[in-house]
Ligand binder design. Structure first.
Ligand SMILES: Cc1ncc(COP(=O)(O)O)c(C=O)c1O
Length: 430
């Protein structure tokens, strides 16, 4: 099936390079870390993406996480079409954000108040502003390997020496901003304690991905997470769980539910919009009521809570909730990853799984929990595996540091088909 015989990915990418930086609108899409030309996709349906050349790929990227039901879920699509008939951008009060906010508030204990924004980046940036206002402190602490979007104060890497001055990861971030962010290694209670002892009284918030999934899937120990929450509280700093990936993905209440820990503030994105542009920051009522117009922390947005995103989000969450989705997703993904591990073993790769998230990485003796556990040359080794799988029409996110997502549209039969194709690919690699 040809989607459009007059188009091919190479030509489209050549044109894109003349109009967008690096040819893309978000860096990983450019295939820089795996090499080669990005595939251009014309449409998505369930577990599949169809390239402009007309090839069908089994998609394990799923838009980097939002599509928990797969592409173009029919129930969500129906709501989307209905909403289009109502108009899609009012800039007024409307009932649609109320419905989604009430759904979140009534079912997620740490979300006493909810504010919708348009992206995860915006949610995190705004939550930090609340934390700074509430504590009167300027510094924040993050963990190496956690990604929290592209706000200036979060594009920061550890400096030399524990709690030494941090440096920015990106050009264009002034040093004085980077220096307000302290960076600690994951999986290391004593490093965290040392930093908190030295700087605890200056720290407004400790922000963490409770299940770090942006540098591979770096599964943390429950004791470590508990120590982080306790250490922050002891210092009078707020705890922010960044659940942009894990929220409504690993469980309804995300990692807060799975860990039994209650952050002061929590950020969401991805799944809560069902594929449209949404983020949210939520938390304790006393903190969230500091946000304008209830309080003095300013934050606003022309497109915030637009009806299309709100109703798509609500339809997505309602469907997950009513279909016992988490059990199904977890069971299917667990079996898939167990078989994947057996298939990948001869080429010295393995896979780690949490709920419906998985990560393919070079085999290691022990679990990979922090950046220092990452195998040497990981990116390069992943590149050749990625391209062999791509040639079999398996689409993974184009970087060894990105995780894979199984959606509800990935039936056992589709996962079996994927396993068969991966088996073929691996036999060619050996
Ligand atoms: C944990 C986490 N926080 C924040 C963000 C930023 O979200 P967005 O890309 O919607 O700005 C991401 C994006 O991948 C994320 O994974």
């Amino acid at each position: 099936m040809k989607e459009n015989p007059s188009m091919n990915s190479q030509q489209l990418f050549d044109r894109s390079l003349k109009v967008a930086p690096g040819g893309v609108h978000s860096p990983v899409r450019a295939f820089r870390s795996v090499g080669g030309t990005p595939v251009f996709f014309a449409r998505g349906e369930g577990a599949f993406l169809y390239s402009v050349e007309g090839d069908r790929y089994i998609d394990f990227c799923q838009s980097f996480g939002p599509n928990i039901l797969g592409h173009r879920d029919p129930d969500v699509e129906r709501v989307l079409r209905e909403t289009v008939e109502l108009g899609w951008c009012f800039g007024t009060c409307e009932p649609y954000s109320l419905e989604l906010a009430e759904l979140i508030q009534s079912t997620v204990p740490c979300a006493e108040r909810v504010r919708f924004v348009c992206s995860g980046t915006e949610a995190v940036m705004s939550a930090l502003r609340v934390a700074r206002a509430a504590t009167g402190r300027a510094k924040i602490l993050k963990f190496e390997g956690c990604y929290h979007g592209h706000a200036d104060s979060l594009l920061v890497k550890a400096g030399s020496g524990l709690a030494g001055p941090s440096a920015s990861d990106s050009a264009g971030v002034p040093e004085f901003i980077a220096q307000q962010t302290l960076v600690c290694p994951l999986d290391d209670e004593s490093a965290f304690d040392q930093v908190m002892q030295k700087h605890g009284a200056e720290i407004a918030a400790v922000i963490v991905e409770p299940m770090p999934a942006n540098y591979g899937l770096l599964m943390q120990r429950q004791e470590w997470l508990e120590a982080v929450v306790a250490g922050a509280r002891k210092a009078g700093a707020l705890v922010i769980f960044d659940e942009v990936i894990s929220g409504f993905r690993v469980a309804w209440g995300g990692m807060a539910e799975r860990s039994g820990l209650k952050p002061d503030l929590v950020t969401y994105g991805k799944v809560i919009g069902g594929g449209l542009a949404v983020g949210a920051y939520c938390g304790r009522a006393d903190l969230m009521n500091m946000v304008a117009p209830a309080g003095k922390v300013y934050q606003a947005g022309t497109l915030s809570a637009n009806p299309l995103a709100m109703r798509t989000g609500t339809a997505t969450l309602n469907k997950i909730r009513s279909s016992g989705a988490y059990e199904v997703l977890e069971r299917r993904t667990k079996r898939f990853v167990e078989e994947l591990n057996a298939i990948l073993k001869p080429v010295e790769f393995g896979a780690t799984q949490m709920a419906s998230i998985f990560w393919i990485h070079p085999q290691t003796q022990k679990p990979i929990r922090s950046l220092t556990d990452l195998p040497e040359g990981m990116g390069q080794r992943f590149g050749s595996l990625f391209h062999t799988l791509l040639s079999k029409k398996i689409y993974l996110a184009p970087s060894g540091y990105e995780v894979g997502f199984v959606s509800l549209a990935h039936t056992d039969a589709i996962l079996d088909e994927a396993l068969g194709l991966i088996r073929e690919a691996v036999s060619e690699l050996r």
